[in-house]
Design a protein around this ligand. Structure first.
Ligand code: ARG
Length: 462
């Protein structure tokens, strides 16, 4: 048996170099479990519909289970020269059970089979990715809970902007990752539809029951059009795209960790188990792990663009170009899982240098200038005037080398406006200012505690 062994349409066996070029088993071998589970469901359906004798289908199912067990245990190795996992499993089945195995492929093509296997495989991976994101979210929640009153500068344009807390800053990443989970789940909904029964392109003349296969494999339904069923790879592209966005979030987080580890910031220190040294400079402690996460983000963008480009010019329906889908999307899946799984313990074991963050918040940068303008506005001055006046106060401080508006005496402040009273010093206090920002989504300890509670509820139910 074989489709490329000169026994059928073709006169010659494939040239070795051609077979090497054509073969995909080195990367689709990882679909063996899904391929066999899909085949078992297909055989059961064929029997239920009376297309296969029950005894023959049972024999096929037993044979497939033995192939699965032996590949899983390593007893049966996947041969490097097999065309792909689908052909290998079928050939191995026939080798084990004889002619009955030759009926497994009734009413099926590798075109709907590979679409089915890939959906099944990626469906499982979406659950794994959600689990890994949740682990990271748990660590973020824990570190945030410890730092709801750790003052930290918020930056815009990487310039000190306004005082917030480390918890508030971290929870911004939690918000991104929560959206990532919702995107992955949304993508899974469209992925979890069975294409089996689409055949090569035009379905089949056998009276099959596609819903039965979908039910056995826990799909939510069947695809609507046989041409689309075999030519659609949106589910790969969507997942690669969701992963690219998730990696972009991890990359921004990594960038900040790298920055915070520098001696200029020193906001955090990574555990020695998550840092590396230099081969030449003995003093170095480098945040390589965060840098690698940032770097690997690039390859996930590459995978997304590769998938989009492979698909963009393809006429309907299946074309062999589509075999190129797997390496790209599998690489994105593996990369994001690796990154998530290392990021969570890296964050958990890092030391937060609360004093450094506090000192950076309190020293320089005039981060309470907005509070000063707000103070004057609350006293009756129109905001734009208060803004301009505060700008003049800051300019005065810069010229006189006074580091903080609060270092000016009341009489000095009164030169700018008679509205300044003694209570201005409270308004200018970073901790008080943060505590007053207690609207939903604000940095006050009270607001952030609510945000953490929402996150914990989200982790529990999603
Ligand atoms: N290895 C192929 C792939 O990954 C399986 C489908 C082959 N179908 C075909 N008509 N040659 O796309």
């Amino acid at each position: 048996m074989g489709i490329n062994d000169a026994s059928g349409r073709l006169d010659k066996k494939l040239e070795k170099a051609v077979n090497d070029f054509n073969s995909s088993i080195r990367f689709d071998g990882k679909l063996y479990r899904e391929d066999i589970e899909g085949s078992i469901a297909h055989a059961k359906m064929l029997s239920k519909c009376g297309i296969l004798e029950k005894s023959e289908a049972d024999k096929i199912v037993r044979g497939l289970k033995s192939v699965l067990a032996d590949i899983a245990s390593g007893k049966t190795a996947l041969p490097k020269d097999a065309e792909d996992i689908h052909m290998f499993v079928e050939e191995e089945l026939v080798r084990r059970i004889g002619d009955s195995g030759k009926n497994l492929h009734v009413a099926r093509s590798r075109n709907d089979q590979v679409a089915l296997d890939t959906r099944l495989y990626l469906r499982g991976k979406t659950d794994e990715i959600v689990g890994a994101v949740k682990n990271l979210l748990r660590e973020i929640a824990a570190v945030a809970a410890d730092n709801t009153d750790t003052l930290m500068p918020a930056y815009t344009h990487l310039q000190k902007a306004q005082p917030v807390t480390f918890a508030h800053h971290l929870m911004a990443y939690a918000a991104m990752l929560m959206r990532d989970i919702s995107r992955i789940k949304d993508c899974k909904k469209r992925m979890n539809i069975s294409p089996l029964g689409s055949g090569a392109v035009a379905a089949t003349t056998f009276e099959t029951d596609r819903d039965e296969v979908a039910r056995l494999l826990k799909f939510d339904g069947v695809t609507n059009n046989s041409i689309d069923g075999v030519s659609d790879r949106d589910f790969c592209i969507e997942l690669a795209s969701v992963i690219a966005i998730l990696m972009m979030h991890l990359s921004r987080f990594s960038e900040e960790i790298i920055l915070w580890c520098s001696s200029e910031f020193k906001y955090i220190e990574l555990d020695d188990g998550y840092a590396t040294s230099s081969s030449m400079m003995p003093q170095k402690k480098n945040p390589d792990i965060a840098e690698l996460v940032r770097g690997k983000t690039g390859r996930t963008y590459g995978n997304l663009v590769a998938l989009l480009t492979v698909m963009k010019g393809l006429p309907l329906a299946y074309n062999k170009d589509m075999q190129e889908d797997k390496e790209a999307v599998f690489d994105s899946v593996e990369t994001v899982l690796q990154c998530l799984n290392i990021f969570a313990p890296m964050l958990k074991t890092a030391t937060v240098n609360k004093e450094k963050m506090r000192a950076a918040t309190l020293s320089g940068g005039y981060m309470n200038a907005t509070d000063c303008a707000d103070y004057l506005t609350k006293k009756g001055m129109p905001f734009r005037d208060a803004y301009t006046l505060t700008g003049a106060v800051v300019k005065y401080c810069v010229k006189a080398q006074i580091k903080d508006i609060a270092d000016l005496s009341l009489s000095e402040l009164k030169v700018f406006s008679p509205l300044f009273e003694n209570d201005v010093y409270d308004a200018l206090d970073a901790a008080i200012s943060v505590a007053l920002r207690k609207c939903a989504g604000g940095p006050s300890p009270e607001s952030v505690e609510k945000e953490i509670a929402t996150l914990k509820a989200f982790i529990g139910k999603s």
